[in-house]
Design a protein around this ligand. Sequence first.
Ligand code: ATP
Length: 254
Amino acid sequence: MTEIPKSHPRYASLVARERVAEGVKRGYTSSQGLIAQGRGECFDYLIGERTTSSAKSAIRAAAAMLLLARRPALSVNGNVAALVSREMAALAAALKIPLEVNLFHRSEERVKKIADLLREKGAAEVLGERPDASVPGLDHARALATRGGIFDADVVLIPLEDGDRCEALVAMGKKVIAIDLNPLSRTARKATVSIVDNIIRAVPHLTDEVTRLRSMPRADLEKMVNEYDNEKVLRQAVQEIQDHLNRQSQQDTR
Ligand code: ATP
């Protein structure tokens, strides 16, 4: 990977970009993944490259929802693998569940490369190499899922996902947790809980919340989930972008 000096003002963003480019070079991220990363960078810039208070509430609700789930599942695609494979393995370990590889541009070779990478980074069990079910309403490759994993799950975490798949999973009656920097994307609008944050910051934060909330009484977790209002959180996320831009333009005119 290209050496980036730690003192560079855009260090974290450039490292992430390098990781996705490396994923493409090694064949586990698709070239379209670079475009998704660019779009994410743009929104991260607009929110100020920090975990906002709306994202913190979404992360808390997501952790409670995952802990309450009868059968939670965690989906991994090429960008997620490039950016946070170790961190996704840690989240799966905290919840004692497998990870499942699920690709928009599916090829068996890419699925295997991602599954191998996740195992190398500590994942105990990785599903997705032998899908045996289809999510209704999606075309063949994107619909593939695994029984005992995403297909039967009641709560699914889908980071960096497209709107169609999010909608199809919601239509199956699942609670869907999205991680997406764009608060206006179809995914963010359709999900049950939308975490508007960079996946690099969001996943470790989510694992910490799972660990912190684990010992809480079920009734308290249920209250947290019931009181959560995703529409309100998305409105707050858009407002946080506006506030950040206002602060920036005031600084520029000083
Ligand atoms: P939709 O169908 O939901 O409207 P889209 O067509 O914008 O989505 P893609 O182009 O597949 O979907 O992009 C995936 C989404 O992931 C984008 O909204 C982008 O902002 C977001 N994204 C990209 N990189 C990151 C990241 N590092 N962290 C969080 N979100 C990201």
